[in-house]
Design a protein around this ligand. Structure first.
Ligand code: MG
Length: 452
């Protein structure tokens, strides 16, 4: 059982548990395993600089050389690690409130490190000690502030800049005062868009809005899109690996819609290909693949697992239902910059407003619920549900990649144990809201039955 790491890295209250001593020792443990040249970057949080310097000290003390990339999006560090370094460390708490921070470790491909490596780091952290090299083997630090520019150029190369420039779209971008401030407005300007900025001053207090790009936090962006008659509103999370869109009418667009839209474009441009997603994603992703010569593989939930599968299978494109899209020829992780550029490219190429593009996609209805369950009972409850469904005379199809996913003639429901909380999450999808709600209820009732 991992003690420190969550699904991707360590996330804690800054300068309490995640203080300089903690960060330095953890980084030294990672450095002990890497023994090479490591890129370090982070977001705009008030604690990022402090933690970054502690991480750098730990890496140097284990004998690694360090290149400090400054403030940049998580995918920017992943891009750099993949192209130039033996590993990477990102200081960020993504979409969490400002008092939090975190440390993410990536490998030489820029993919989040595997569980076995996290376990080794924890073991070194708690039991043995990280390697501390002799005085004449301590690493060196250099600064590279040009990666942020190169990362933008590489994203721009992957879209049709001329078509986008001709379209002359008006875009409101809300960076939430996070790392996207250093990339997103510049990318849109280079694409010839008329750019209006909101919360694009880097500020670790996040004065304008909470860094999570959910509808409740984007009221201002919605208002500004409407008031200025913009074609599109774009919002990023704190470390700029997720892109959420507001259409020209000020409507919030769900992440799985933009996922399906970009998927269709990627498949059409490449005459088909392999798409990787998670078992919690909409059937729309499968419909779009079927109609466009694509194939879909679903992994357990987690962007790391999607990225790793894309590399293993040499896949074309991947993503999650929350607006995190992965372009494996660019970055092996969710990337917000290219996601936004691709969406603009689709609007320009098809010469249609976003609302129209979204309305052309397959429509499904979903429901999300949760139910409390003590951690030590989770496995037993899941096994019993799987056994019941397996023996059911209705012959439902079952997928146990992550939790229990049950397919019926009305759609599907997935019952998944949370990795961080004592709860089960229950998602369902169907062709009507009523059916989706009933299926989610059924999933909850199955958990209740075996909790007794
Ligand atoms: Mg993020």
């Amino acid at each position: 059982m991992k003690k420190l790491f969550g699904t991707f890295g360590v996330r804690r209250l800054a300068n309490q548990e995640l203080n300089p001593e903690f960060a330095s020792k953890l980084a030294a443990a990672y450095g002990t395993l890497v023994q090479g040249k490591v890129a370090v970057g982070g977001d705009t949080r008030t604690s990022t600089s402090m933690i970054k310097h502690a991480v750098i000290s730990g890496l140097l003390s284990s004998g690694c050389d360090v290149v400090d990339l400054g403030i940049l999006p998580t995918p920017g560090v992943q891009y750099a690690a993949r192209n130039y370094f033996d590993g990477g460390v990102i200081i960020t708490a993504s979409h969490n409130p400002p008092q939090y921070n975190g440390i993410k470790f990536v490998d030489e491909d820029g993919i989040g490190i595997p569980d076995v490596m996290e376990e080794k780091i924890e073991d070194m952290f708690f039991n043995e000690n990280p390697k501390r090299v002799a005085w004449d083997e301590i690493g060196e630090v250099t600064i590279n502030d040009r990666i942020v520019e190169e990362y933008q150029q590489e994203a721009l190369k992957r879209v049709d800049q001329e078509v986008i420039k001709k379209a002359g779209l008006k875009i409101v971008v809300d960076c939430g005062s996070g790392a996207a401030c250093f990339t997103a407005p510049y990318i849109f300007r280079k694409l010839g868009c008329d750019v209006l900025t909101l919360n694009c001053q880097p500020d670790g207090f996040f004065p304008g809005r909470d860094p999570e790009p959910i509808k409740e936090n984007l009221k201002e962006l919605i208002e500004v899109v409407k008031a200025t008659g913009a074609d599109l509103g774009v919002a990023h999370d704190g470390d700029a690996d997720r892109t959420i869109c507001i259409d020209e009418n000020g409507e919030f667009v769900l992440g799985d819609k933009t996922f399906a839209l970009v998927e269709r474009q990627m498949l059409q441009e490449n005459n088909g290909g392999l798409v990787v997603t998670t078992v919690a994603t909409s059937k729309a992703i499968y419909d779009v693949a079927n109609a466009n010569n694509g194939e879909v593989i679903a992994t357990a939930v987690g962007d790391l697992l999607v990225a790793r599968k894309l590399k293993e299978e040499d896949g074309l494109f991947g993503g999650e239902e929350n607006g995190g899209l992965i372009f494996p020829d660019f970055v092996y992780g969710r990337d917000a910059a290219l996601s936004a550029a691709k969406i603009i490219e689709i609007m320009a190429k098809e010469d249609k407003p976003l609302s129209k593009l979204v309305s052309e996609l397959p429509v499904y209805y979903s429901e999300k619920m949760k139910i409390k369950c003590p951690d030590d009972l989770k496995k037993e409850v899941m096994d019993k549900i799987a056994e019941e469904i397996d023996n059911d005379p209705q012959g439902y199809e079952l997928d146990t990649t992550d939790g229990v996913k049950i397919f019926t003639e009305d759609g599907w429901v997935i019952i998944r144990p949370s990795g961080t909380e004592p709860i089960f999450r229950c998602f369902s999808e169907s062709d009507s809201q009523d059916k989706a709600s009933k299926m989610a209820q059924w999933g909850i009732s199955l958990v209740e039955k075996y909790l007794k």
